[in-house]
Design a protein around this ligand. Structure first.
Ligand code: C2E
Ligand code: CA
Ligand code: CA
Length: 559
């Protein structure tokens, strides 16, 4: 008998087990559709107490269900078929509901993701401001509105001043932080209805609906004033300025591209003239295009060929000896011929090319100096530095590397810095100069008399020599005022124990007068014009000035 019951028992047990599994599956799906398992796990991970409690309650519910339902089925095996049918239907229903709910959730998620993606495509990640693409779109819209309302509208382009130096010297971390702070200040200076955008780098733009040229100029001043207060970044007090260019609809154009291009042109005008803002003017267009072409060509010349150095001798009036040569840069342009430095140095400074340009000059000047040393001539070479070099805290390291490369001693190089250089950002400049002077480099203060430095201030600078600007020397024979200035300058400089160099000596009478006044050194066309190195060598062979010869090829180590 017992043997007859066994198969039925086994079948019932299998049915019961299937029933229980289905019931649990169905309940599981129900719970998951109510509260996604992933969310529970996430909450549990985040140690959320409510989630723990919910998880506990669910486990207890499952266990209780299992015990009660399982017990009931074990006691009433006949009900198994009905339970299976009911469970399949219930489970199926719940499953479908679950799938529908999950699909809806995925659709919401995909939509959210697409929304985020769209935001990212139209905004700048660093500042959260609209980017160039969104600006263009908003500008199109603003022009349409302005047309319909018969109102003006303005677009202002802005480029930060001094940002590149901060970014280059202190690093991107500071640069990024500063850009975020600048964006916040700009945002506070414009209305909520204006679109402020970051175009990339340190360039921003703002669209001003309903605004004419006069009002746009006021907004530009307000934006500049927003940067007046220095920024405090990790203990550093940093200050940046802004140059703004304004183009207005309908005067300067009626499509977005033209307005943006013209605001950009105006911005360059502001930058070049060192003013806060400039309104677009058609005359500037061509010069700005030429300038952009020139910047590109200059960059290529620094990296390739086209730049050259001329050298101008400097002689000592004490013993008639040659004290050195000044390296003066020239640019041999493909179509424009020889361009003088006064025309392209300011462009290099504005376009951020002065660092590579100065490195090129120092490298080539030291190469030439090494070649002269090999031929037995001791000719220290003076190079002209820009204020940007002295604000660059890396500059001394670059310079030391170049001295090492050419096996040059600090005595082989003189650094000419203008009087005005010393006055800009004196603390920073002083720090860089201190490092150079400690390494034994000699400084020469150029264009003396054209700036505002006091003698007390000069005394603090460890300069070897001071060069009186040629504007006082050129006509000192005929212009008594200038003669007085030259005489008193020589006396003053001697009282602080420095040497005086007079530049711009064009004739014998000036030379004789300077000798009388006790000037130490001379430079000028009367002695020799700036010449290419080969011609300087010819001059050395024929001149009556005394050229110092080295007893053996010079190879000093840096002190
Ligand atoms: P600077 O440093 O005052 O150079 C002296 C300028 O006076 C040179 O003009 C030189 O040719 C000119 N000069 C020399 N003797 C006489 C003279 O007897 N009479 C007259 N009328 N002029 C004389 P240059 O070569 O055109 O250079 C102009 C300026 O460009 C330089 O003035 C300097 O400030 C800048 N410069 C030249 N080379 C470099 C460079 O490598 N780097 C930088 N940053 N600036 C440079
Ligand atoms: Ca000079
Ligand atoms: Ca000078």
């Amino acid at each position: 008998m017992g043997g007859g019951r066994r198969p039925r028992n086994t079948e019932e047990r299998i049915l019961k087990t299937i029933a229980i599994v289905l019931i649990l599956l169905g309940s599981g799906l129900l719970v998951m559709s109510l509260f996604p398992a992933r969310e529970i796990v996430r909450q549990v991970h985040q140690k959320n107490r409510a989630a723990w409690q919910l998880l506990g309650a669910l486990i207890i519910l499952f266990l209780a269900g299992y015990v009660v339902y399982g017990g009931y089925l074990l006691r009433h095996p006949a009900a198994v078929h009905d339970v299976i049918a009911a469970t399949i239907m219930l489970g199926g229903g719940i499953f479908v509901a679950g799938v529908v709910a999950a699909t809806r959730r995925s659709i919401v998620l995909v939509r959210e993701l697409a929304e985020k993606e769209r935001f990212r495509a139209l905004h700048d990640e660093l500042t959260g401001l609209p980017n160039r693409m969104l600006l263009q779109d908003r500008l199109d819209h603003a022009i349409l509105m302005a047309k319909r309302m018969r109102e003006p509208m303005a677009v202002v382009f802005m480029d930060l001043d001094r940002f590149k130096e901060i970014n280059d010297t202190l690093g991107h971390h500071y640069g990024d932080y500063l850009l975020q702070e600048v964006a916040a200040r700009f945002r506070g200076a414009v209305r909520a209805t204006d679109t402020l955008a970051r175009l990339g780098g340190d360039e921003f733009a703002v669209i001003l609906p309903g605004v004419d040229t006069v009002q746009a100029a006021k907004v530009a001043m307000k934006l500049a004033a927003a940067l007046d207060r220095p920024f405090s970044v990790e203990g550093h007090s940093l200050s940046v300025g802004v140059s703004a260019g304004i183009a207005v609809y309908p005067e300067h154009g009626d499509d977005s591209e033209l307005l943006m291009q013209r605001a950009d042109v105006a911005m360059y005008v502001a930058k070049r003239n060192d003013i806060v803002y400039a309104l677009y003017h058609p005359d500037e267009d061509q010069s700005s295009v030429n300038r952009l072409i020139l910047v590109g060509q200059l960059r290529e010349a620094i990296a390739g060929s086209g730049l050259l150095l001329h050298y101008q001798p400097k002689i000592s009036l004490r013993d008639g000896s040659l004290c050195g040569v000044e390296a003066l840069i020239r640019w041999q342009h493909q179509s424009r011929g020889l361009i003088p430095p006064d025309e392209f140095i300011p462009i290099a400074e504005q376009a951020g090319l002065i660092r590579p340009l100065s490195h090129w000059v120092i490298d080539h000047a030291l190469a030439q100096n090494a070649s002269w040393r090999r031929h037995g001539y001791r000719m220290p070479v003076s190079v002209n530095l820009s204020v940007k070099n002295l604000q660059d805290t890396n500059f001394p390291d670059v310079l030391f590397d170049l001295l090492n490369r050419w096996n040059a001693s600090p005595d082989d190089l003189v650094l000419e810095i203008t009087e005005s250089t010393m006055m800009t950002d004196p603390a920073r400049v002083q720090h860089v100069l201190d490092r150079l002077v400690r390494a034994g480099l000699k400084l020469s203060i150029d264009d003396y008399g054209t700036g505002y430095s006091s003698l007390a201030y000069l005394r603090r600078f460890p300069a070897l020599e001071i060069k009186i600007d040629k504007s006082f020397v050129l006509d000192m024979i005929t212009n008594e005022d200038n003669a007085v200035i030259v005489r008193s300058t020589i006396d003053m400089i001697h009282t602080i124990g420095r040497q005086v160099v007079a530049e711009g000596v064009e004739d014998d009478a000036t030379l004789a007068r300077l000798e009388e006044l006790g000037c130490d050194c001379l430079q000028g066309y009367h002695i020799c014009r700036p010449l290419p190195a080969e011609e300087i060598e010819k001059w050395l062979a024929t001149t009556s000035w005394q050229v110092k010869r080295l007893s053996s090829p010079h190879s000093c180590d840096r002190k």
